[in-house]
Design a binder for this molecule. Structure first.
Ligand SMILES: Cc1ncc(COP(=O)(O)O)c(C=O)c1O
Length: 352
């Protein structure tokens, strides 16, 4: 039973489960000689990042400069990859200040970004390590071909203040073989043109247990694995018992065929991730959250029997845990069902 004193809606983090997830994946990476660089966008908590590092992670990944600033200011982070094109003088000068405090590396997928980084770091004491971001099929950022990766690698290596540090991709799920072929070709081309490729960084929780298979990667970035969520359970990456983040909500209204809970899109997010419904209640699998408005969630029954009354509390595994973390200033920490404290979500809202 979750303590009645915890008001709702609230984000609950079961630390026992989160820590077990962190240890299990670290063990996997150690066994397969892969470096692990977790993405902290899922939890945004310095305490959990420190736990990841203590278990053997080589550093952390952040998505934005402000996210990295929040983590470095609040925790003992010495090595941070910012996996994003950093554009504009204002951001580059913040990046430079951060790089004077800890080891920072970044990515670039075009020469405009690389030139901006170079201008900001030309007179720095140490060159800024820059990885070339590769579009291996996810159709987000990334150079489009291995030949373009090699061209940009050489450009970066020639720019003042920068050091070419390797390749980075956020790969499409389920396509390890083609991603490996892409990255291997880019690596071989770059080596044939006289540069070393010290790091090949790939990532993603959907394929996390296949990261070692025919992979060109030297390091792996996972984010969602720390909490897991409904999308990963549906993909059979984990089970409900491995889900460390839940949203606790209260039934505030019941009317015949449906009930309303106090968690809407501002607590559960609107992300569907290709699923139907807005989260899952493992304790009450007959329930289905079919509709959200901002502060209301509508719950119906799959089998006709809506055995809910006002005041009942539901513990929901959201479709997508990472975005939920960004919606709450604090999370409630549990060990099992025992309430052990609260944590401020230090990097919440740090998206600039
Ligand atoms: C650059 C980058 N690396 C790693 C990850 C981690 O992915 P996941 O949350 O699937 O583990 C993400 C997720 O968005 C990402 O954008």
């Amino acid at each position: 039973m979750i303590a009645a004193a915890i008001d709702t809606p609230a984000v609950l983090i079961d630390l026992d489960t989160a820590e077990a997830n962190i240890r299990a994946y670290q063990r996997y990476c150690d066994e397969h000689r892969l470096k692990l660089r977790p993405h902290i966008k899922t939890h945004k908590l310095p305490g959990l990042a420190e736990y990841q590092l203590a278990q053997g992670a080589v550093g952390i990944t952040c998505q934005k400069v402000s996210e990295a600033e929040a983590m470095v200011n609040a925790g003992r982070m010495q090595d941070v990859l910012i996996a994003y094109n950093i554009l504009g003088e204002a951001k580059v000068s913040r990046l430079r200040r951060l790089a004077e405090r800890v080891n920072i590396s970044v990515v670039a997928d075009n020469i405009v970004v690389a030139n901006g980084l170079s201008q900001g770091f030309a007179d720095a004491d140490r060159p800024l390590p820059v990885l070339v971001e590769c579009n291996t099929g996810a159709e987000r950022c990334g150079v489009p071909t291995p030949a373009a990766a090699a061209d940009l690698a050489l450009d970066i290596a020639a720019l003042p203040g920068l050091a070419f540090a390797g390749l980075m991709t956020y790969p499409p799920a389920g396509q390890t073989a083609s991603v490996t072929a892409w990255l291997s070709q880019a690596r071989d081309l770059i080596i044939s043109r006289g540069l070393e490729v010290p790091v090949i960084s790939s990532g993603g929780s959907p394929d996390m247990w296949h990261a070692h298979e025919k992979s060109a990667a030297t390091e792996y970035r996972v984010g969602t694995y720390v909490y897991n969520d409904r999308s990963l359970v549906e993909r059979k990456v984990c089970g409900w018992q491995d889900c460390a983040l839940t949203v606790l909500s209260t039934v505030v209204s019941v009317s015949g065929k449906h009930a309303i809970i106090d968690a809407g899109s501002k607590a559960l997010t609107s992300d569907l991730f290709g699923l139907e419904g807005h989260g899952f209640v493992p304790d009450r699998p007959n329930l289905f959250i079919d509709l959200l408005s901002e502060e209301h969630g509508r719950v119906v029954s799959r089998d006709g029997a809506l055995d809910l009354k006002i005041g009942d509390r539901l513990r929901i595994v959201p479709n997508h845990a990472c975005v939920v973390s960004n919606l709450f200033d604090t999370v409630v920490l549990l060990r099992g069902d025992r309430h052990v404290g609260e944590a401020r979500v230090a990097a919440r809202g740090q998206v600039w």
